[in-house]
Design a protein around this ligand. Structure first.
Ligand code: PHE
Length: 358
């Protein structure tokens, strides 16, 4: 019987030494498998007498049961250890401080837009919004831009699906289509107020409150370098009434630029230029008298007196109504305000750059 005790003891030792469930199954095969020690002992009984078989068989069976019990015990121990390890790995330290979400902030371009709206708001301008996917009519034709390619490819345009072959839809190349969209709505309102008799076909020559509006928003051109991005921001301005002149344009823009840059000695220059939708037209340049940019002329936008054809496309009688319009680069203003020299930084979405403006 000593021999059986040795087998049982060596099985227990082998199971104890098995560090993983796989090791344990291998150790099990050595004792309980088809050619394991217990099976061999059973086979060894063939030559014994019936009585000897009885007592020998019972003893081997006890040994087998002892080995199985040891195996199950070790299986359970390994499973417990694994569970403990898993629980430890997933442990939650409730004493750690919570993960905080820092406060967000506005994009520098949005900050400039807010300021632009506040300043023009204080001068009696309302704010209009319009679509970024425009029709050929609003972006070009209604703005007196001729059909022939040179004038239209001036703004290397992103054309998009929709519209017709002759008049495709496009991503607006400037905010100027909002001049037409807003004015048409304005005229419609006061034409209705003027009552029956005024045909909606005829140009309106009744009385109406002046149109005084800005239209800030995203614009698109095929252009990309340190000072141009394919998506950029403009702010359109329009003032139409019965007695509005170029001098009004000058003081509005001068007051606006001085307020935006908080500098009273900022100087504006109106440089003759050409836009199909204004006549005369002028480029707007500004010059700081102090600071890093002192003395340099910086172009910030275009402007001019609204062309009579554009006044007509607004539904207004050009003999009665006159006005001016301007379009300014909002990103340019933002670069100048904050001393940023690469426009692309605004649109890279790098939080290290953007968080400096909070
Ligand atoms: N739309 C012109 C541009 O994008 C700017 C402009 C607006 C000029 C209004 C005159 C009047 O360049």
């Amino acid at each position: 019987m000593n021999e059986l005790k040795i087998v049982v003891d060596s099985a227990k030792t082998a199971f104890e030494q098995a560090g993983t469930p796989a090791d344990l199954e291998n150790a099990k095969a050595l004792f309980l498998g088809k050619s394991g020690r217990i099976t061999e002992l059973m086979k060894g009984m063939a030559a014994l007498s019936v009585d000897e078989k009885k007592s020998r068989g019972a003893a081997i069976n006890l040994a087998k049961q002892a080995i199985e019990a040891a195996l199950n015990q070790r299986r359970q121990a390994l499973a417990d250890a694994e569970l403990q390890a898993q629980l430890r790995a997933e442990a939650l330290d409730v004493t750690l401080p919570g993960r905080q979400r820092g406060p967000g902030g506005l994009h520098p371009v949005s900050l400039t837009l807010e300021r632009i709206e506040a300043i023009f708001g204080s001068m009696g301008f309302e704010v209009a919004q319009g679509p970024e996917i425009e029709t050929d009519w609003f972006n070009f034709t209604a703005l007196n831009t001729p059909e022939d390619p040179p004038a239209r490819s001036m703004h290397d345009t992103f054309y998009v699906e929709g519209g017709s072959a002759a008049a495709p839809n496009l991503l607006r190349t400037h905010t100027s289509p909002m001049q037409i969209r807003h004015a048409v709505q304005h005229v419609k309102k006061y034409r209705a107020a003027a009552g029956a008799g005024s045909s909606s076909e005829a140009l309106f020559s009744g009385s109406m409150p002046e149109i005084r509006v800005i239209a800030p928003g995203r614009t698109y051109r095929v252009d990309s370098d340190a000072t141009h991005s394919p998506m950029f921001h403009q702010c359109e301005g329009l003032w139409v009434g019965e007695n509005v002149s170029f001098k009004d344009l000058k003081y509005v823009l001068t007051d606006f630029c001085r307020a935006l840059f908080e500098s009273d000695d900022l100087v504006l220059r109106f440089r003759p230029s050409f836009f199909p939708f204004t006549e005369p037209s002028a480029e707007i340049d500004i010059q700081f008298q102090s600071g890093a940019l002192a003395g340099r002329w910086l172009e910030v936008g275009g402007s001019g007196q609204v062309h009579p054809n554009v006044i007509r496309n607004m539904g207004l009688e050009p003999e009665k109504f006159i006005g001016f319009a301007f379009g300014m680069g909002v990103d340019r203003f933002t670069m100048l305000r904050y001393g940023v020299n690469d426009l692309r930084l605004f649109f890279d979405g790098d939080i290290r750059f953007l968080s400096q403006f909070q």
